[in-house]
Design a protein around this ligand. Structure first.
Ligand code: WQD
Length: 363
């Protein structure tokens, strides 16, 4: 029986999840990955084993199946949950709101009920800075009003409120809410990274695909914002720093009673053109672009006051935009087709939910 604290990591095969799995293992935890692979690839599991040098336990299934989740928590004797599983495309949520509420809110309810049934009462929740909506000023701290402007962002706020209600109703629940700003980049090995599939919605993967020649040029959505160079300013956060934020959060929950909500960002803003120039320096490639009208729903500036995460968790981002671009480029170069380039593993297991078991069983 492993002495390492077991942590259920839902969405563990995804972009944030896979980086969090590496950070957890390196910090001495034993993550139990859960994923339905609706927005991720089983091929990442082999990469995780190569990176960590040990088998990776991953269970395939839907977190909305509460009895199944309860069984996982019990079988693996998990001491905490990190809940990342969820849909995250803002634009898609506007077009398909019920899909987002059903999956994001319904999924968390299922996980919380399963946790309650097995007395696992510590949860780290993946939230988003979009719960703030269009901020009155920047930097944004956790006391700012929340005014979500999309069903995606609203689903995240509803989840936060459900967790707060549970912690109020049952004082032994420990809840850590992490409001992500803009996660970008990849593990420095280039073995795992962001694999959006299709046309990327987000800036960094789109720039990377232009730099590698997959796309002709970047469309810059608006150059008439009240910002230093007229383009949108965001708080980009290296995904490995974000992963360490999850480790710090679960560590605190397992050590201390109580709950917290913190921003995870660098506290610095970078404009679209600033990212583009940094990427050109990191890659040595030119990134052609053209200015086009603003994208609906975008705001001018969005960056964090991250001081509460520093005081509550002792966490601070350590990578700047140059490293984010360097690592995003390294991943893009090594994996021009993302994980699609890997031969998908034969998934074992009966019925629709196949258990991969320890990774070494699955290949
Ligand atoms: C960044 C900047 C765009 C693409 C989104 C989600 C948010 C979070 C992070 C989940 C903006 C500009 C972009 C392009 C561009 N995800 N841009 N051309 O919109 O800040 O946040 O991802 O939690 O929920 O809303 O990130 O990368 O889409 O845009 O000019 O092709 O880049 O206008 O200024 P965003 P983004």
């Amino acid at each position: 029986m492993s002495q390492q604290p077991r942590v259920l990591l839902t969405g563990g095969a995804g972009y944030i999840g896979s980086h969090t799995a590496v950070a957890l293992i390196e910090a001495g935890y034993a993550p139990v990955l859960v994923d339905d692979f609706s927005n991720s690839s089983p091929a990442v599991l082999k990469r995780l084993e190569q990176l960590t040098g040990q088998p990776v336990v991953c269970e395939r299934g839907d977190v909305q199946d509460r009895p199944w989740v309860e069984g996982l928590l019990r079988r693996h004797a998990c001491q905490a949950t990190i809940h990342l599983a969820g849909f995250k495309a803002v634009g898609e949520s506007v077009a398909q709101p019920l899909k987002y509420y059903r999956n994001n809110v319904g999924g968390l309810i299922s996980v919380m009920q399963a946790m309650q049934a097995v007395d696992c009462r510590a949860i780290v929740f993946s939230s988003s800075a979009t719960v703030y909506g269009d901020p009155a000023s920047v930097p944004i701290d956790e006391t700012f009003a929340c005014a979500p402007e999309s069903p995606y962002a609203h689903s995240k706020l509803v989840c936060e409120q459900m967790l707060a209600a549970q912690a109020k109703a049952q004082a032994d629940w420990r809840v850590g809410v992490l409001r992500y700003f803009n996660p970008v980049g990849a593990h420095p090995s280039g073995q795992i990274g962001e694999d959006p599939g299709g046309v990327p919605n987000n800036l960094m993967p789109y720039i990377a695909q232009v730099a590698v020649g997959q796309r002709e040029k970047l469309q810059v959505f608006g150059n008439d914002y009240p910002t230093p160079d007229g383009t949108g300013v965001r708080d980009y956060l290296h995904v490995t720093d974000l992963a360490l934020g999850h480790v710090a959060a679960v560590k605190r929950l397992l050590q201390c009673p109580g709950s917290f909500t913190v921003n995870l960002g660098t506290g610095a803003g970078t404009s679209v053109l600033g990212v583009l120039r940094a990427f050109e320096r990191a890659s040595g490639r030119s990134v052609p672009f053209e200015f086009v009208p603003r994208r609906a729903g975008d705001v001018a500036q969005y960056f964090a006051d991250a001081s509460l995460a520093a005081s509550v968790l002792g966490w601070r981002a350590s990578h700047g935009i140059e490293a984010m671009c360097r690592d995003a480029w390294h991943w893009q170069q090594r994996n021009p087709l993302g994980y699609a380039g890997e031969v998908a593993h034969e998934l074992r297991g009966s019925g629709e939910k196949s258990r991969l078991g320890s990774f070494s069983d699955a290949i």
